[in-house]
Design a protein around this ligand. Structure first.
Ligand code: ATP
Ligand code: MG
Length: 423
């Protein structure tokens, strides 16, 4: 029969790779807890309208990347392409805002119909962190400090922080006029996407990934030159705090980010270790989003980290990802020993829950079983043949030390095993 293939751009995380995922998730989870963030979980699907309104009509995500379908009730639903919109929706629909402040994080798969390549997939995973109800540059700086500490805890060094300010929607309006003038003056050099966005949202052109567009984009006026006074002060305070915390950054006036809802601070950690998929963690302030989704006006800032890309950085640092070794391997020979072996290893798991035991499964002669014991990288073999069963003992053989084999009464086994493993 023909094999059923996986969906293009949607990956399996195999057992050999999961230790790196678990390490990243574990380090992130404990760091977020230390900064006072709580976990939130939101659905995989939402009404399509949520993403259209939050992310913006003239974005790559909404124009061409969403997995949108009509369900059996005739509703238009979409697999979430990102988490911020769903989290903001959850805050509003559960009545959690009303002047309250929340620091939350989330992790899970996101879906975008992109062209699959290394570091760019159709199902990918993010860790998403949001501080909702906080207006000042202090939280912007703390959130960035958290990401800098995360790289330190993970031993990742090939990353660089880019920051920029997008100002307020009002200050962007003046800039938009200037930008429109500039791009209209260079209309013949715009690609099809950019021509469509020219009158819808010319800022989107700055985010073009088309190499042929880079030159015309490079000559465009800079948003930083059109900031309102308050946004300028906000940005200066953020920079002063980052300087004081010793966090290096580059001000990148071309950084606009791919989603429409950002205002003021935007930032991106990029790397030169992953080829053209260089963004590993991106975020920014979205003071207008909650109101845009029908909630009370609430300032907020957040970021999303691409797990596949960070895992790839971890893999480059630490290519050997052998799974954990067993502590003891239980060799059993004969039907009575198989029954007794199962009973004994369950008793050991009761007594020593922090230890890892591997029971020989599927029979085999002693030679085959010792070969498996060796592969399990266990420190001890616990040997049970018909003779041991008859006498109520287990033979204990250290596999990595010179000391020889000894016998142990079954009742004393937990204490003996623990003493040998700890010693
Ligand atoms: P890019 O510029 O690489 O397309 P983006 O601006 O679309 O990224 P965001 O929407 O801000 O990305 O998502 C945050 C992070 O999620 C990115 O920095 C990246 O690490 C990761 N990411 C985004 N899209 C993908 C994808 N298709 N596959 C894997 N990771 C992704
Ligand atoms: Mg993208």
């Amino acid at each position: 029969m023909s094999q059923i293939q996986a969906i293009r751009g949607m990956n399996d995380v195999l057992p050999a790779e999961s230790p790196l995922w678990q390490r990243l998730e574990g380090v992130t989870r404990s760091l977020l807890g230390a900064y006072g963030y709580e976990e939130i979980r939101v659905p995989v699907v939402e009404h399509t309208e949520l993403f259209k309104r939050a992310i913006g009509e003239y974005t790559d995500v909404v124009e061409k990347e969403m997995y949108t379908f009509t369900d059996r009730s005739g509703d238009s639903l979409t697999l979430r392409p990102e988490a911020t919109a769903g989290i903001a929706r959850a805050m509003i629909s559960n009545g959690l805002l009303r002047g309250a402040r929340h620091r939350v994080w989330f992790t899970g798969p996101m879906f975008r119909h992109e062209k699959p390549q290394k570091g760019r997939y159709r199902q990918f995973h993010q860790i998403d962190v949001e501080a909702i109800g906080f207006a000042g540059p202090d939280v912007d700086a703390e959130l960035i400090a958290l990401t800098a500490r995360l790289w330190k805890h993970l031993g990742i060094t090939r990353v660089q922080l880019n920051i920029n300010s997008l100002g307020t929607p009002e200050s962007r309006r003046d800039y938009r006029v200037k930008l429109l003038e500039y791009f209209e003056g260079h209309a013949s050099r715009l690609d099809e996407d950019s021509r469509r966005r020219l009158h819808g949202n010319p800022l989107r052109i700055l985010d073009s990934k088309n190499p042929d567009m880079q030159q015309v984009v490079a000559g465009a006026p800079l948003l930083l030159d059109y900031l309102d006074l308050e946004s300028k002060e906000h940005f200066a305070q953020l920079r002063a705090t980052l300087d004081a915390c010793g966090i290096p950054y580059v001000v990148n006036p071309r950084l606009v980010r791919g989603l429409d809802y950002y205002s003021r601070t935007v930032f991106e950690w990029i790397t030169d270790a992953l080829g053209s998929q260089d963004a590993v963690c991106s975020g920014g302030r979205y003071d207008g989003l909650v109101a845009q989704l029908g909630g009370d006006a609430t300032p907020a800032i957040g970021f999303a980290m691409g797990i596949e890309r960070v895992v790839e950085l971890l893999r480059q640092n630490q290519p050997d990802t052998a799974g954990p070794a067993a502590d003891a391997y239980v060799v059993v020979s004969g039907p009575r020993a198989e029954v007794e072996g199962c009973r004994i290893v369950e008793a050991l798991r009761d007594a020593l829950p922090h230890r890892r035991f591997e029971l020989n499964l599927g029979g085999g002669n002693f030679k085959a079983q010792f070969r498996r014991a060796d592969r399990s990288r266990a420190a001890l073999a616990l040997i049970l043949g018909e003779d041991e069963v008859a006498r109520g003992v287990v033979s204990v053989k250290p596999l990595r030390a010179e000391s020889g084999q000894s016998e142990c009464p079954v009742a004393e086994l937990p204490a003996r095993v623990e003493a040998l493993l700890a010693g």
